[in-house]
Design a protein around this ligand. Structure first.
Ligand SMILES: *Cc1c(COP(=O)(O)O)cnc(C)c1O
Length: 364
């Protein structure tokens, strides 16, 4: 393959579009005639200002967000948001609803419990996290400040396509780290969306936070500066030095998505990839077995088992030799996993499914 690259199915940091990497390479030593690399520039320069504004504008365009949204780029990963959110919006007299669908939701719940009352509206432990809740299973509170959920469960391999619904305009808050911008959805019910960049948006070290203004207005300001949403909103994410490279690279990724036809375009490609991979497993008559309930299966992280752990080890090792990396399942669940975010083209899945058929024929 070009530049001797391989198909990268890592869960995160993950593959980036080759066109974007080539663009960065082309601009590396002299960004647009500035005589500097982008990472050598002041975050207060007019060049960086243009980069930053482009990334914000593209994010709003792709998600269809109006002027009542704040788009922030902060640090500390999605994990920082697990704590920053309840610090801003909860206290001992307030309640938030949380849907527990796996490892990341569990961590978010643990942080929120430090600050206020947490009502677990659905506990996925009861179904081994192998399916998502139906709307009628959710035990929602009438007075919740927000309902938090994880739209795609990177480790368990489940993904929401029909988002949970709340009453009385209670806002949704969502950790979209591993599926943001992978399909169309209506952003209107969301008070906040956040995502570490390293799965679907860019490099690690920059975290996207989107706040709807009416929700944001309720955030506590009695918090240290870096953990206070107001600091980042007032200073347009420039209170301190942001990850200038991450914001630049994310902008290039967003332009690339726009070029594919925006969310409608990537959704088509992601659906084709998922249909092909899950279809191949189905045709294998149980050789490749996905443990996740059919209506909860992720388009981004496809988890599966082979008939034995020995075969799984062989599959991962021979796969690597054949040019596919990152197919070992997360250490907490075992088995195999193919993470195929926006940057993985259909060709990658055509190639890996051919490898899967071949492996089965030889080791069936
Ligand atoms: C990877 C991941 C995280 C952790 O992100 P960090 O940026 O490493 O803090 C949180 N939530 C989800 C859904 C993830 O996939």
């Amino acid at each position: 393959m070009k530049h001797d690259r391989i198909w990268n199915f890592n869960a995160g940091p993950a593959a980036l579009p080759l066109e974007v990497l080539e663009k960065v390479h082309e601009q590396w030593f002299n960004f647009q005639g500035s005589g500097m690399c982008e990472i050598e520039m002041s975050h207060r320069s007019k060049e960086f200002d243009a980069i930053h504004n482009n990334t914000i504008a593209m994010m709003k365009k792709l998600l269809g967000l109006g002027d009542n949204y704040h788009v922030l780029f902060v640090q500390g990963g999605a994990s920082q948001q697990f704590g920053m959110l309840p610090m801003g919006f909860l206290d001992k007299n307030k309640t938030a609803d949380y849907i527990n669908t796996g490892t990341w939701s569990t961590k978010a719940i643990k942080e929120a419990q430090l600050f206020g009352n947490v009502n677990v509206a659905f506990d996925g432990n009861e179904v081994d996290f192998m399916r998502l809740p139906k709307q009628e299973e959710l035990k929602l509170s009438a007075n919740a400040e927000y309902l938090h959920f994880t739209s795609n469960n990177t480790i368990k391999g489940t993904q929401f396509f029909d988002f949970p619904k709340t009453e009385n305009g209670i806002p949704l808050v969502c950790d979209m780290s591993s599926d943001i911008l992978s399909h169309r959805f209506d952003p209107a019910p969301f008070g906040m969306m956040y995502a570490g960049a390293q799965k679907n948006l860019g490099p690690s070290g920059v975290t996207l936070v989107i706040l709807r203004d009416d929700f944001y207005q309720k955030a506590s300001t009695n918090v240290t500066s870096m953990l206070k949403y107001k600091t980042h909103v007032d200073k347009n994410s420039l209170y301190n030095t942001p990850n200038t490279f991450g914001i630049y690279l994310m902008g290039l990724v967003l332009n690339w998505i726009d070029g594919l036809g925006g969310l409608e375009g990537v959704e088509k490609i992601n659906k084709a990839k998922a249909d092909l991979l899950y279809g191949t497993m189905k045709e294998s008559n149980g050789y490749y077995r996905c443990p996740v309930a059919e209506d909860s299966r992720s388009w981004m992280n496809v988890c599966f088992r082979l008939p034995s752990e020995e075969l799984e080890g062989m599959f991962v090792a021979q796969g690597l030799e054949a040019g596919f990396c990152g197919m070992k399942g997360h250490r907490s669940v075992g088995g195999c996993r193919i993470s195929m975010y926006n940057a993985s083209p259909l060709q990658a899945i055509e190639d890996v499914t051919a490898f899967m058929k071949d492996f089965m024929a030889k080791n069936g």
